[in-house]
Design a protein around this ligand. Sequence first.
Ligand SMILES: NC(=O)c1ccc[n+]([C@@H]2O[C@H](COP(=O)([O-])OP(=O)(O)OC[C@H]3O[C@@H](n4cnc5c(N)ncnc54)[C@H](OP(=O)(O)O)[C@@H]3O)[C@@H](O)[C@H]2O)c1
Length: 398
Amino acid sequence: MNRKELKIGLFGFGCVGKGLFELLQRTPQLNAKILKICVKDKNKKRLLPLQHYTYNADDVLNNKEINTIVELIDDSVAAFEIVKKAMENGKAVVSANKKMIAEHFNELLELQEKHQVPFLYEASCCASIPILRNLEEYYDNDFLSLIQGIVNGSTNYILTQIVEQNTSYQMALEQAQENGFAESDPMMDVCGFDAKYKLLILIAHAFGTVLKSDDILNVGIDQLTEMDFQFAKEKGLKIKLIAHAQKDEFDKITAFVMPTFIESKDKLYSIDNEFNAVKIVSGFSDTQFFIGKGAGSYPTSSAVISDISALTYNYKYEYKKLKLNECLQDDESIVLKIYLRCSLENSPFLIPNFIKVFESYSNTKLSYTIGLISLMKLKMILNQNRNQVSVVLFESLS
Ligand SMILES: NC(=O)c1ccc[n+]([C@@H]2O[C@H](COP(=O)([O-])OP(=O)(O)OC[C@H]3O[C@@H](n4cnc5c(N)ncnc54)[C@H](OP(=O)(O)O)[C@@H]3O)[C@@H](O)[C@H]2O)c1
């Protein structure tokens, strides 16, 4: 097969950019060559001779020889400007920037349509797991009802280290950063934003619905305490940060990101460290699991390489499901079984929000309650007490 020749302008030469550079040296059959690398910090020591780099985006975006832009920077605002201009200049684009993609999904669709250029972003969701192209191509005629999983490698690594190695939260976070698993701003990971951006992209490709960031509740792992981990251990459970999206028979979508207790019989129980896993339930093929590394230099670059390869044979997403007519389920009718930990003083004010309480416990300082609560009431509690409570979903959607 004759592959199209790709002349690449690369933005970003950090964890993923360097990984891509190395993997491209090992895949000469791809017919893809990096012509210029745009980075930001003029004072940083560089791996390659300085003539390979520029600090001016226009040197790359206006270079007529370059037909493909690979955007791997850690700034979503600058990334959108780069991707937009690249498409306006008729260049194919590959990106790993889930925040930028989730926040500008509709604009990016319009740009692809208007300028007839491909825009691929497999690395933005679960790094090495080939989930987007599967949702696009393999499941194009199958009716998906659930997509759920561990989609953030950094928080999964932190939770594993806390439980398996008895590492402190702070130390585990630092290790995740050292290993290149964490976002430049780790709050994106630990507060569940990164998982939410990925879920938004997954929902668009799985169900064909483009939701906004504010539509989906994200609860992170940053407020989890010793008491919560102790509770999980005593019950033989693990806490994992899970992205959930479900579509009912009336095409109403329920979606959120929340720490979730996982039972040992659940396949997600053994997905540890930087590994990610996505569970899909479809009308015809039933339940399927995808497992792979969800962060790190080579695993993420492997997805970028795959997108680059796909461009050489003119692949583009067709967004075949986008015309489906779904909407969000209303928050009041979504009832969740949760564990809510709060201070002893706060507890009498929060417990009345539960529809039903199964169990309560208090020590001298803290209290937890297990019960049923509507998503609407849970959002209200979190709006008012975000830094004073921890929430763990007790039962996964299924
Ligand atoms: N790391 C992972 O495991 C992983 C997994 C999946 C997706 N991603 C995504 O991949 C992207 C890159 O992540 P990373 O971990 O490689 O980040 P990183 O190690 O922090 O590197 C960021 C790179 O972006 C460059 N940069 C920042 N702003 C720029 C600008 N305005 N113009 C040009 N260059 C700019 C930086 O330049 P300097 O070198 O001058 O500082 C640096 O080279 C992010 O969108 C991230 O969400 C990462």
